[in-house]
Design a protein around this ligand. Structure first.
Ligand SMILES: O=P(O)(O)OC[C@H]1O[C@H](O)[C@H](O)[C@@H](O)[C@@H]1O
Length: 612
C-alpha cells in the first residue's frame, strides 16, 4: 500500500495495555449494571488478569527478524492510502475476513488498517440494514480474542458502526460462539438480542494477523455475503473524508456501550450441565479437569464454567490472554498444543484435559490416561453421545475423516456417516440441508475440532462440545458409574485407527509459466482430473463411490485424498494406511500422477516417499 492519500488524526489513542481502559471510554454507559469488570487491568475472567501485552522485551529479543511490534495503533495520525475493490476482496477468507493488522513481519504488509476496518464495519451494517429492511435502530455487538491488535480494531469497528447511526455494544474479550449467541439471547438488561454481531479474530493464525466473523440470528455469514460486504466496503472507503472520519469518532462517543455478556453465555453453559445432571448444583464435584486456553480467549472455561460446577481445575495452563501466544499455538490441530495439554493431564493426574483454539469455536480433549479425543476420535466420541440421544441419526463430517470412523458410526453406533467437504460452514450447511429434505441430522463436525449441534442452533461452539462431554461425565457419576473419564474412553472403544496418518500440502506456484496465465484453481482441477484418470486405469485401486471433493482412493489397506484447499493455492494430500510402507505406496501413486505438473511443489511428497 502506498502511504499517499489523506491523513486523519486519531481521536482514540489505544494503548499497549489495558490499564486505565475505563478512562479510555468516556462513552461507556455508567448506568449499565453489568459493565465489564476492568479494574486496573485485572480480571477479564475471575482470578485471571485481563488481556495485555506481556513480555514484549522477551518477544523482541527472540524475534529480531520480525521487527517492531506495533502496540495497538498508538500512532496519532493514520495515512489512508488509495485502495480499489481488488484490495478489499483479497481480505476474504471463505466465510471470514482475514488480513495483516500488525506491521513487522517481512513480506506481510499491513492491509487491515483502521480505515479499512471502519469501512468493513460500516459495510456490514449497510448489508444488515438491507437484509432486515430495518427502519428501526440496529444494535451490533463486538467481541475480540486476545490478539494485540484487538483494541485498535475494536475501536475502528465501533466507529464504522456508529457512523452508520447504529448502536455499538462492546463485550471485550469474548469467544466467537458467544458472539453468535448474543443474537439469540432474550435479555434486555444485557441489551440482547442484538441484530448483528462481529467477532474480531484470526483464529489460530500468527500474532500479526486479525480478521472478522459476522453473525445474525440466522448464523454465520456465508461466502457470498462476505464478498458483498467487501465490495460495499470498497465503495464506502472511496468516499472517506477526513471530516467524515472525525465525525464517526464523535458518534462513537455517544453510541458505544459495554456489557459483560460472557457472564450470560457462561451461565448458560453451567445451566446446561446442571440440567443434564438432574439439576444438581455441583455435578462435577470430585472431578479434576485441566484447561489449556493457549493464551487465547478460552480461559473463562476454568473459572466460569468448571469451577461453579464443582470441578477442581488446578494445573490448568495458559489461561491468561496473551496475543503473542508465547506457549504454543492455540489450535487443537497443532501437535505441540496437544502435547502440552496431554502433559498437563498426566502431571496433574487429572480426569480430563480440555483445549481450545484462540476464539473457542474449536476444541479437543484428553482422557485420564493421556489418550487424545481429537480429530477422528473426537468425532467418534461426539457421535457416540449424539447417537445415544438420537438413534440412527446422520453425522455430517468433513472429507478427511477416516474409513475406520465410517465403520464405527455405521456398524457400532447404528448411525449414518455422511462424509462431506472440508470447511466448518460447509458441514453445518449440509446438515441443515439434510434436515430440510427430511434426513435427520443432529451433528456436523470437522476433524479440525469445529463441531455444531442442532440442539445448539447449529452454532459451532468448542465450549458447547466440551459441555456435552461434561454432561456425560456428570450423568455417569449420578447413575453410580464411578468417576474419571473412562466412561468417555469406553465410548470410542472399537474405533479402528490407522497406524499412519499424514497430511502433506503441495503448493501451486501461481507465477509459474505452466499455469499459462490461468488461475491456480483451474490448475489444481487439472491436476485432480489427471490423477483421477490414472486411478481409473489401475485395478488395485478403488475410487470412493461417493465423494464430494477432490479424489479419494482406497488401496493397500488405506486411502488417500487429494483436494484443493479451501483458501490457499495448495493441494492438501491426506494419506492413512496400516503401515508406513503402505502409506508410501499410496504416496508414490500420487507422485507418479502429478509429476508432469511443473508448477506443483511436490517436495513434501518427495520427502515422504523417499522415507520408505
Ligand atoms: O482447505 P484447507 O486449507 O485444508 O483449510 C480447511 C480449513 O480452513 C479453515 O481453517 C476452516 O476454519 C476450517 O473449517 C477448514 O477445515
Amino acid at each position: 500500500m502506498a502511504a499517499s492519500g489523506k491523513i486523519i488524526q486519531n481521536v482514540f489513542i489505544a494503548k499497549c495495555n489495558q490499564e486505565n481502559r475505563q478512562t479510555q471510554y468516556p462513552y461507556s454507559a455508567p448506568h449499565m449494571r453489568k459493565k465489564l469488570p476492568f479494574h486496573g487491568g485485572k480480571s477479564a475472567w475471575n482470578g485471571i488478569s485481563s488481556m495485555r501485552l506481556v513480555n514484549l522485551s522477551k518477544y523482541r529479543r527472540s524475534s529480531l527478524n520480525r521487527g517492531i511490534v506495533r502496540c495497538n495503533a498508538a500512532s496519532t495520525a493514520t495515512a489512508v492510502p488509495a485502495l480499489d475493490k481488488a484490495d478489499f476482496l483479497k481480505l476474504q477468507n471463505g466465510s471470514d475476513i482475514r488480513g495483516v493488522a500488525v506491521a513487522g513481519v517481512e513480506g506481510e504488509p499491513v492491509n487491515l488498517t483502521e480505515p479499512v476496518t471502519e469501512a468493513i464495519a460500516a459495510a456490514f451494517v449497510a448489508w444488515l440494514g438491507d437484509k432486515k429492511k430495518a427502519d428501526k435502530h440496529l444494535r451490533i455487538s463486538i467481541g475480540h480474542d486476545s490478539r494485540i491488535s484487538a483494541q485498535m480494531l475494536q475501536d475502528a469497528v465501533s466507529r464504522g458502526i456508529a457512523s452508520a447511526g447504529y448502536d455499538v455494544v462492546q463485550y471485550g474479550l469474548a469467544s466467537t460462539p458467544a458472539m453468535f449467541n448474543s443474537t439469540l439471547t432474550e435479555d434486555d438488561s444485557y441489551l440482547c438480542p442484538v441484530d448483528g454481531s462481529i467477532m474480531i479474530t484470526a483464529s489460530h493464525l500468527p500474532y500479526n494477523r486479525n480478521g472478522f466473523k459476522f453473525f445474525t440470528n440466522a448464523g454465520g455469514l456465508g461466502k457470498p455475503d462476505i464478498k458483498d460486504i467487501l465490495e460495499r466496503a470498497a465503495d464506502i472507503y472511496k468516499n472517506f473524508t477526513a471530516e467524515g472520519l472525525s465525525e464517526s469518532r464523535i458518534k462513537a462517543f455517544t453510541s458505544v456501550k459495554r456489557v459483560d455478556y460472557m457472564t450470560v453465555y457462561t451461565s448458560d453453559l453451567v445451566k446446561a450441565v446442571r440440567r443434564a445432571a438432574g439439576n444438581i448444583e455441583k455435578p462435577l464435584e470430585g472431578f479434576h479437569i485441566v484447561v489449556d486456553a493457549g493464551n487465547g480467549a478460552g480461559g473463562f472455561f476454568a473459572a466460569k464454567v468448571l469451577e461453579p460446577l464443582g470441578a477442581v481445575t488446578s494445573g490448568s495452563q495458559f489461561l491468561e490472554p496473551d496475543g503473542l501466544f508465547p506457549n504454543h499455538i492455540p489450535n487443537p490441530e497443532d501437535k505441540a498444543a496437544m502435547k502440552a495439554i496431554t502433559q498437563a493431564v498426566l502431571d496433574n493426574k487429572a480426569d480430563l484435559g480440555i483445549i481450545f483454539d484462540t476464539d473457542v469455536d474449536r476444541s479437543a480433549a484428553v482422557d485420564f490416561s493421556g489418550r487424545e479425543f481429537n480429530r477422528n476420535r473426537l468425532i467418534a466420541l461426539m457421535s457416540a453421545i449424539i447417537l445415544e440421544e438420537h438413534p440412527g441419526t446422520t453425522i455430517v463430517t468433513d472429507s478427511v475423516t477416516s474409513d475406520g470412523l465410517t465403520t464405527f458410526i455405521e456398524k457400532k453406533l447404528g448411525g449414518k456417516h455422511h462424509r462431506f467437504k472440508r470447511g466448518y460452514k460447509n458441514v453445518i450447511d449440509e446438515a441443515i440441508r439434510l434436515n430440510s429434505i427430511g434426513e435427520e441430522s443432529h451433528l456436523a463436525i470437522e476433524t479440525s475440532g469445529h463441531g455444531a449441534l442442532k440442539e445448539n442452533h447449529w452454532l459451532d461452539d468448542g465450549a458447547y462440545l466440551m459441555v456435552k462431554l461434561l454432561n456425560k461425565l456428570a450423568s455417569a457419576r449420578a447413575s453410580g458409574l464411578g468417576g474419571g473419564s473412562k466412561v468417555l474412553t469406553d465410548l470410542v472403544e472399537g474405533l479402528e485407527e490407522p497406524a499412519v496418518a499424514v497430511e502433506l500440502r503441495l503448493k501451486i506456484n501461481q507465477t509459474h509459466a505452466d499455469l499459462k496465465g490461468g488461475s491456480f484453481q483451474d490448475y489444481g482441477e487439472a491436476v485432480l482430473k489427471h490423477l483421477e484418470n490414472s486411478i481409473d486405469a489401475d485395478p488395485k485401486l478403488r475410487k470412493a463411490p461417493v465423494n464430494y471433493e477432490g479424489v479419494r482412493v482406497s488401496g493397500f489397506g488405506g486411502w488417500f485424498l487429494l483436494r484443493l484447499s479451501l483458501h490457499d493455492p495448495v493441494l492438501p494430500l491426506n494419506i492413512e494406511a496400516p503401515s508406513h510402507d503402505d502409506a508410501v505406496k499410496l504416496g508414490l501413486l500420487v507422485s507418479a500422477a502429478v509429476k508432469e505438473f511443473a508448477a506443483l511443489d511436490t517436495s513434501a511428497l518427495d520427502k515422504f516417499v523417499q522415507s520408505a
